[in-house]
Design a protein around this ligand. Structure first.
Ligand SMILES: *Cc1c(COP(=O)(O)O)cnc(C)c1O
Length: 232
């Protein structure tokens, strides 16, 4: 019944491959995340065979879905939506990685809980608001480097493995490209300054993943183009 998912994913994989090739990158340099918010578990299970990662926005929704998820299915789950501190413990339980760390208070809270639960470290990305749009989540561009520095010094249980951003909501491809290129450049200067690898750049969604790949994305987060519209 939900076999259209396979066709959608095959089409997206082909687009990823051609965008990567056009940019002189390997197709294996780009991971495909299926963003499954508001879509049922059945669709996520179907998709999990042929995507690399799953992304959910809200902790509560993900808790409910996780309860029905077969433990032998090892597709990693990433949190990509804004995280409130009071949900940090739950998020750490059910997600393999949190992409939306956007402030020092949240980072401290996560660090403390990771330590309490006896884990050595937990992987996170810093979410950066590249477009400066008010409503958008993410740490402001000018504060991102400081946040990374604070985490490196004061949150020894967090491992910063990458950066994440949501492209500006516009049809103007040039503006979108500037935002993605900006995150790529920021990663470069952070690598240099802090000697970190920061292997992952999570950027690009259904409408702009090709531009994101051209600008260096390593994870594209695709919802609508895989699962259909969310009917909300
Ligand atoms: C919903 C969402 C996506 C997927 O968006 P689509 O346009 O449906 O592909 C990607 N990233 C984040 C952070 C989201 O909230």
């Amino acid at each position: 019944m939900v076999d259209f998912i396979y066709d959608h994913i095959a089409a997206i994989r082909a687009e990823i491959a051609s965008a990567a090739q056009a940019a002189g990158r390997g197709v294996d340099d780009v991971k495909l995340m299926g963003v499954s918010k508001f879509h049922p578990l059945e669709m996520m299970l179907r998709a999990s065979d042929c995507i690399d990662l799953l992304g959910e926005n809200r902790v509560q929704e993900a808790v409910e879905k996780r309860a029905g998820w077969p433990p032998e299915n090892k597709t990693p789950w990433h949190l990509i939506g804004h995280l409130q501190k009071n949900k940090a413990r739950k998020a750490l339980e059910i997600f393999d990685l949190i992409e939306s760390v956007d402030g020092f208070d949240l980072a401290k809270t996560l660090d403390r809980i990771v330590a309490e639960t006896g884990r050595a470290t937990y992987p996170v990305y810093i979410e950066v608001n590249m477009s400066g749009e008010e409503a958008k989540n993410g740490i402001a561009l000018r504060d991102a480097e400081k946040l990374l520095e604070q985490i490196l010094i004061e949150c020894p249980h967090l491992r910063v493995e990458g950066l994440m951003t949501i492209g500006p909501l516009t049809d103007d491809e040039k503006q979108v490209r500037v935002a993605f290129a900006g995150l790529y450049a920021m990663r470069g200067s952070m690598r240099e300054k802090f000697g970190l690898a920061l292997p992952e750049l999570s950027m690009g969604m259904s409408g702009d993943f090709k531009v994101a790949i051209e600008e260096g994305s390593t994870i594209v987060r695709v919802g609508t183009a895989i699962f259909g519209s969310r009917n909300i």
